[in-house]
Design a protein. Structure first.
Lengths: 479, 450
């Protein structure tokens, strides 16, 4: 059993004392809500206990002898259903999400207000325009999702193609409680048979969304294609059993490190990994930012907005700002930026957890040596570190490392395959830089200050995920 | 005997040193801590900074040490690119920020590499060790002659106490693992040989050339260049070839060690090595049909944890049974490279804190001293921190990355010193594989070179 693993727990729940009652985290299995407190788990981030039913693996795997429930449901009908679900996820009316807000306070490090804002905005992903854009950008001919589409090659042979529904395990990321909504949308749009493995920092929201769905229509094929369960990530007894091509075509996973290395062991012919790799993001600010004070203030505010997304827990949160400036300009910029990190935002809080001890130590020693200067505070309210090369540590907890560069072109050497989003100022310089940034391995440039906003239907992590999820089945007529 | 510090350090080889209760020792320890504090505050700039930030001017009680403890990662706070670029003056300046090293106007700018930098520091009586850094940035640790002398003799004393053996120069000493040419490690090996090797024969040393610190650095620097994207395929291939050569050398050495072990099975042995070196040797010796027919008075010493190696659950028993080592005569020490002293394990399986080390149980964040006696609990779970009064070149106060169970009550073995249970885990390992997040760094993309 892995760290933070399971233990028999009926007694913990019953007799654990007033402040130690584990929250109930039911499962949702193809339309059925499974309640039970057979097993107690401990959340990784905050160490809170939660109790789940025992895991019955036979119930969460649909045998390949059964056709996927959504196979013959038209895409338009699925989109209608997702839109209705999105409307039912209105936080003011949805008791399941309201309850999640309370439960998440114990397991998730994000402030309640930020989670609330996430719950209010994430359902926007389930609007018709958003869903149709995803389909349109992923599939040249979306009819492949609804049936067999015929094309004829240069020899007059006919090929019929269908984007057949896949069987997918989604290993959900733990850093944003609303992330499951995107995964549910992806799984539904490809008509997949979906199993969601919930994270220990949020073993609640996915089930809340699926319960909402079931209330819209308990017998809908989308509902019958969705299961959400929990096991401790890395638990060999579960993963070695489940991760087999006989049961699943795809594993969708977020992140890197031990979590992904665990999954990779189970890959082989017939079971593929769709990995949203661990990413960092940066900002690139040209000397045009110093045209006048108000421009500088505006750019600093935009950088702050990108740095603070989910209190910098997100991949698209900026960590390094490469700045074309002399020292005095840079110092002035850093001072304004530090002030803007320490404010409440929709997806960030003015205060946050303090920087880890090792990082504080490194900043202290480097500052003593005159290698860097700092503005703001190490207490989690926001820190700016100015240096002439990127710091060795990974800036987190609302920390911006401003690195002075002679030109933004020089900063390209710090861009690598782990660089996701690059916010640029001024906008026109995106076009000058973007080919070299793509060559270096990055995935997206945007106007600085908009890292957390997306054009509907855009690629994610340099791919169109839906077309990689489906099982492309061919039927060839060679005459 | 002069000061409190002299008195405590003078207990190094005292057979009764682990029977001193913490309450009796504390006043002496605080006096000695003040001696160290007063003589180090002007010589270690980081300490002065900490003391100013924490308004610490005197150590009146153990809690006063907490604001001036250094995180164990302090010895990794240089910038790794300095190593890649050979900025040895900057590295020296960093060393003099975190330790008592004083360049005294010397320049290191034209050092030709890490090994050369270390050699020049040795000429100035400073002995720098670097951790093997199997992943990521290596720690760089400064030491003086006094540190080397203390830690080498303390290691011998701790081993004798833990294994219940005498330094009687009546054994064949067998060093059974690859060596590094780090001064501190070599001095410990020399002290062990001096203590246990009989005078009629030569100690056996694993027949591979010691790995130089520079070679370890090359590995680390290659990893850095892979990370930066500046290493070419030819660089990576060349590195893999060197690693393969080294492995081939190790296989020959293993065969030689197995032969020597079998030939020496009637002699009284002292075996020294890491579990991941000893276990394959034991397996090979067993394959030759020699399990348990070794001298029953054999003793051994293993240092370090498994460091990521995976061995069968019964790896200890296999090694002990093969070489006929009574488990009690298998010395085990708990320590970390950031301090000088070892905590030897007793017959009851607990690691004992020597009188010149103040154990400081902290909360998991490493910010608050926990009261060992609170709530009538006999044992508390804590992040381990220590103030090692023996340290000379560096500041003695260090916060570890380990979660331990500490008691200040007498141990079942009968000794009265504070002790730590054998269920020591690194907080980093407790994080487990359960955390998935989209945020991460290029480090997750670097394969090999470790």
């Amino acid at each position: 059993m892995s760290a933070g693993g399971t233990r028999a727990a009926a007694s913990d729940v019953a007799g654990g004392g007033a402040d130690q009652v584990a929250a109930h985290a039911p499962f949702f299995v193809r339309g059925d809500l499974l309640e039970g407190t057979d097993v107690t788990h401990r959340s990784r981030d905050l160490g809170a206990d939660f109790a789940t039913p025992a895991l019955d693996l036979d119930r969460v795997v649909l045998p390949r002898s059964e056709l996927p429930p959504m196979l013959d449901v038209k895409l338009t009908e699925i989109i209608d259903f997702l839109v209705a679900t999105g409307e039912a996820l209105d936080l003011d009316r949805n008791v399941h999400l309201q309850r999640c807000l309370d439960l998440l306070a114990a397991t998730n490090p994000l402030p309640r207000r930020v989670v609330e804002n996430l719950f209010r905005t994430a359902p926007l992903l389930l609007t018709r325009d958003s869903l149709e854009s995803m389909v349109a950008s992923n599939f040249a001919d979306p009819r492949v999702l609804d049936g067999w589409v015929t094309r004829t090659d240069g020899h007059g042979n006919e090929g019929h193609v269908r984007a057949f529904p896949p069987r997918i395990v989604h290993m959900l990321a733990g850093n944003a409680p609303s992330g499951c909504i995107a995964s549910i949308a992806q799984g539904a749009l490809v008509k997949g048979v979906n199993l969601f493995k919930m994270p220990s920092s949020d073993p609640f929201t996915t089930v809340a969304v699926l319960r909402t769905m079931a209330e819209v229509d308990p017998d809908h094929p989308v509902v019958r294609s969705m299961s959400a369960i929990y096991w401790a990530g890395g638990d060999e007894a579960v993963e070695r059993t489940l991760y087999r091509p006989q049961f699943f075509d795809r594993i969708v996973a977020w992140g890197g490190g031990p979590a992904i290395m665990n999954v990779i062991r189970y890959l082989g012919p017939g079971i593929q990994l769709l990995s949203f790799d661990p990413k960092s993001s940066i900002s690139m600010v040209g000397r045009e930012a110093f045209a006048d004070d108000s421009t500088m203030a505006d750019v600093a505010e935009r950088v702050a907005a990108d740095v603070t997304v989910f209190n910098q827990e997100a991949c698209l949160a900026s960590r390094f700002t490469f700045l074309e400036a002399d020292h005095d300009q840079a110092a002035a910029f850093c001072e304004v930026l530090a002030g803007r990190l320490a404010v409440d935002r929709d997806f960030a809080s003015a205060d946050g957890p303090p920087l880890p001890g090792d990082v504080r130590g490194e900043i202290e020693v480097m500052a003593m040596m005159g290698e860097l200067e700092t503005w703001g505070s190490l207490d989690g309210s926001g820190l700016v570190v100015l240096s002439d090369r990127p710091v060795d540590f990974h800036p987190s907890n609302k920390t911006a490392n401003v690195v002075m560069v002679p030109s933004l072109e020089d900063a390209v050497r710090y861009v690598d395959v782990a660089t996701q989003t690059i916010g640029v100022y001024p906008w026109a310089r995106k076009a000058e830089l973007r080919d070299r940034l793509a060559s270096a391995g990055s995935q997206r440039v945007c106007r600085v200050g908009t890292a957390n906003l997306h054009v509907a239907g855009g690629p994610h992590d340099a791919m169109y995920p839906l077309q990689r999820l489906v099982h492309w089945m061919g039927d060839d007529d060679i005459s | 005997m002069g000061t409190a510090l002299d008195h405590l350090l003078g207990l190094r080889d005292d057979p009764g040193r682990f029977d001193l209760g913490p309450a009796d020792l504390r006043p002496l320890q605080l006096e000695a801590a003040n001696e160290r504090f007063e003589t180090r505050i002007d010589r270690i700039p980081l300490l002065a900074n900490r003391a100013a930030a924490g308004s610490v001017s005197k150590i009146n009680e153990a809690a006063d040490l907490v604001p001036v403890l250094f995180a164990h990662q302090t010895y990794k706070t240089y910038a790794e690119p300095w190593l890649v670029e050979g900025q040895w003056d900057r590295m020296s300046r960093w060393l003099s920020t975190v330790s008592t090293f004083d360049a005294g106007g010397r320049s290191f700018a034209d050092a030709t590499g890490f090994d050369d930098w270390v050699k020049r520091l040795e000429a100035a009586d400073r002995f720098v060790a670097s951790s093997s850094g199997t992943t990521g940035k290596p720690a760089v640790l400064d030491a003086t002659e006094a540190d080397l002398d203390f830690s080498s003799h303390d290691t011998v004393s701790a081993i004798c106490w833990s294994a219940g053996v005498e330094p009687a120069q009546d054994r064949l000493f067998m060093g059974l693992g690859p060596r590094t040419d780090i001064a501190r490690n070599e001095r410990i090996r020399e002290a062990l040989t001096e203590a246990f090797q009989d005078r009629d024969s030569e100690a056996y040393l694993f027949p591979v050339p010691p790995i130089t610190t520079g070679a370890i650095m090359d590995m680390i620097l290659l990893r850095r260049r892979i990370t930066e994207g500046t290493a070419t395929p030819a660089d990576v291939a060349e590195f893999d070839r060197l690693s393969a050569d080294r492995l081939a050398g190790i296989e020959d050495a293993i065969a030689d060690a197995v032969r020597t072990l079998v030939e020496s099975r009637d002699r009284k042995l002292f075996l020294s090595g890491m579990w991941q070196s000893l276990h394959p040797l034991a397996a090979a010796v067993r394959d030759l049909g020699h399990a348990g027919d070794f001298n029953p008075e054999n003793a051994m010493f293993t240092a370090g944890g498994l460091k990521g190696a995976t061995l069968p659950d019964d790896f200890r028993e296999v090694v002990w049974d093969t070489f006929n080592v009574d488990g009690q005569r298998s010395a085990q020490l708990y320590s970390m490279q950031e301090i000088n002293s070892a905590l030897p394990r007793c017959a009851s399986g607990r690691y004992h804190v020597p009188p010149w080390v103040i154990a400081l149980p902290l909360d998991p964040l490493g910010e608050t001293l926990l009261d060992a006696a609170r709530d009538g609990q006999s044992e508390i779970e804590a992040r381990a921190a220590f103030f090692d009064l023996s340290l000379d070149a560096r500041w003695g106060g260090v916060i570890s990355g380990d979660r331990v169970h500490l008691t200040t009550e007498a141990c079942a073995c009968g000794q009265h010193s504070p002790s730590i249970g054998n269920d020591i885990v690194r907080y980093a390992d407790l994080d487990g594989g359960d955390k998935l997040t989209c945020a991460g760094t290029i480090d997750a993309y670097v394969r090999g070179a470790s």
